[in-house]
Each structure stands twice: as C-alpha cells, then as structure tokens.
Design a binder for this molecule. Structure first.
Ligand code: CA
Length: 243
C-alpha cells in the first residue's frame, strides 16, 4: 500500500531560510508534512528524535556540515533516505564518493518541480521495494562469498555483515535479480533511482565503485560487478547460484 502523501514527513536541513521556506511551502502544497532546521546540529537532533521519510540535507551548514550530519545518522543506523543539496556540481563526485551514505543529490539552483519529482521518485522506489512479494525475499548467493538477504536488507561478505547504504543495497539487489544482464547507466538510474536525468550518470559510477570496495575480493579486478566497456555494467553470469 502506498502511503498517502500527507503522512509523508520530510525534514529540510538548510540555513538559507528563504530557500527552506520556499521548499517547505511547495512540498506542503504537494501534500507532504515538513519540518525545517537551519543548523546541522539542530537537524541531526531532529532526525534522531522522530522518524522522517526523507531528509533534504544542505552541504554547507552552520553548527555541523551536511557530510558530518549524514555520516552520524548512518553511523547510528538511521536509514532514512538522504538527498544531499550541493551548491556546485564539482562537489557532487566528492559527496557521493565519500563513505557517508547519501542516497542522492540535487544541485543548486534547482527547480521546485524537479525537486518534488525526485522526492516522489525516491519514495515510490522505497514503496515498491517494501511491497515486493515474499517469494522474492529469499536470500540470493553470489558465488560462495556474498549473500544478499532482501528481507533484512543485509549483505554478508565472507562471513561478515557489510553495511551498505540503502542505494547501494538497491543497486546490488537489482543486479542480483538480473544476473548477466547488461545495464547502461541511464537504465540503472531508471531502475534503482526511479528517474533518469542527464548528467547524473556518474552517480552510478560512484555507487558501483563503493559497492565493489565492499563486496569484491580485489576492487581493482572485480569478479562480480563487471564493467561492460562502452555500455555500462553487469553482474557476472556465474555469480548467482542456487536459484
Ligand atoms: Ca548552506
């Protein structure tokens, strides 16, 4: 069941008050319930105090920067999707490349319609994952090294639980359910992020690289998540066993 938009709670952590108010009013008009925080440390407290469906997190903030807010939330196992707001696209690679667990980003200046569409796409994607039937919840083994448990959203690599961000998990699960199939970056954006937006393809590269670092024996010579030159990526055909 899809939650009605009015029950969706969004936290905006943004120090530009005019921008925060504008986004808040727009999201409220779209049916969301919205809270705002103007400082990073206040935002962190708000995010820990109550559950939100999504957090819109500015990068440059007084009190505590967005990267630190994100890192602390993930360290405390808060799995709420986080959309990072960056003022410059040159920061994007850095933001996504860091081990801080943001799910997505949007560059300033952004259009309100685009922002709302992106937020809805992320929430739809989470709903569709949450409503996947039990039959699809059986663990998937990638060779003998990696086990993916869709029910608990846990990944075990060589006997150890490995912490993946929500987006890394969704990406890995998508590959695991379609072994051997080649995906372009824009197809992966469609399937995993819920939208395809020109210029965001390197978000896929960043997530693939981080996933490789977590599941491959040797990140420089991947044996599971393979690059298909000129096209995109695929999971090695032999990877999924026992299905
Ligand atoms: Ca700022």
């Amino acid at each position: 069941m899809l939650k009605a938009p009015s029950t969706r709670r969004v936290l905006i952590i943004e120090d530009e008050r005019d921008l925060a108010e504008l986004v808040k009013r727009h999201l409220e008009d779209s049916g969301f319930t919205v809270e705002t925080a103007a400082r990073g440390d206040d935002g962190l407290r708000a995010a820990e105090a109550t559950a939100f469906d999504l957090i819109l997190l500015d990068l440059m903030l007084p009190g505590m920067d967005g990267i630190e807010v994100c890192r602390r939330l993930r360290a405390r196992k808060v799995q709420t999707p986080i959309v990072m707001v960056t003022a410059r696209t040159t920061e994007v690679e850095k933001v996504l490349g860091l081990e801080m667990g943001a799910d997505d980003y949007i560059a300033k200046p952004f259009g309100l319609a685009e922002l709302t569409a992106r937020i809805k796409a992320i929430l739809r994607r989470i709903d569709s994952l949450a409503t996947t039937s039990d039959a699809d919840d059986r663990p998937i083994d990638l060779g003998t090294a990696v086990r993916i448990d869709p029910a608990s959203r846990q990944v075990i690599v060589r006997g150890q639980i490995v912490v993946l961000t929500p987006k890394e998990f969704d990406l890995l699960l998508h590959f695991a359910r379609n072994p051997g199939r080649v995906y372009s970056r824009s197809q992966l954006l469609d399937a995993v992020w819920g939208y395809s937006h020109e210029g965001y393809e390197h978000a896929v590269n960043c997530h693939i690289n981080r996933l490789r670092g977590k599941i491959e024996t040797n990140q420089a010579r991947p044996e599971l998540l393979l690059t298909v030159w000129g096209i995109g990526y695929k999971l090695a055909d032999h990877a999924v066993t026992g299905t």
